[in-house]
Design a protein around this ligand. Sequence first.
Ligand code: MTE
Ligand code: MO
Length: 272
Amino acid sequence: MSHPRKPINPADTGHALRDSRAQSQRERIVLAEHKPQLERVQRRLFLRSSLSLGALAMLSGCNMQDGDSVDKVLWAMSRWNDRVQGWLFNPNRLAPTYAASQITKPFPFNAYYPEYNVPDIDGSDYALEISGLVADRSDWNLARLRTLPQTSQITRHICIEGWSAIGEWRGVPFRTFLQRIGADTSARYVGFKCADHYYTSLDMATALHPQTLLTLDFGNAPLPPKYGYPLKLRVPTKLGFKNPKHIAAIFVTNEYPGGYWEDQGYNWFSGS
Ligand SMILES: Nc1nc2c(c(=O)[nH]1)N[C@H]1C(S)=C(S)[C@@H](COP(=O)(O)O)O[C@H]1N2
Ligand SMILES: [Mo]
């Protein structure tokens, strides 16, 4: 938040404590400052009426005496939501697939920067780094990745910004790759670091989902730069921002890795 936070601790505002109109004004300011997060919480909790500070305090069991605790409570609620969604997630349920005639042309580009800033990666010296809870941490160049079994799928990519598009991706089932590197599949997270400094992470159940694909090709050709050359993870059970492009490093961990958008308040689970 770029503007200074207004105090809501009654001790900071002297006599205002006794003035209930000043108090409700303060509450309105605090709630307005957190409007996007509160709207996400409301959507998640299926609350259609507006949230008051008192309702938030009741939902969270916190007394909300200082401005920072509003943030803390919302983040705690969001992380709880992620856990619940993970428990409800059915790793055997498949995302819909489509016919070749339904592929969206041209396929949209999206990133946190404009297309002219897409990273220019030299595939000839590319090496995917592996770290964390895995037995074999050796690098993977593109030729080695192509020795693994490849499969194609036509699925719908859904962006949180309000568009979707159908595309065809081909690559190594990520589950096969994780087994091949001896990943500890009882760990909680798989994290991704990208060449453009983007990063994201997945719950292990989604990483092992049969449709999660370590993608080398878009259609019948290597991924074009704008769609994630040389390596992208395609996760048709998740929103677009959980599909890292230009992957430089993959790690397996029990420590929550977050993500570029997730750390700015986008729901981490963001999928089915
Ligand atoms: N490395 C990297 N991966 C990324 C992004 C990004 O900015 N950098 N943006 C994400 C978002 S929000 C979307 S919608 C998709 C867009 O993929 P596309 O360009 O193939 O449509 O990439 C995702 N993966
Ligand atoms: Mo997106």
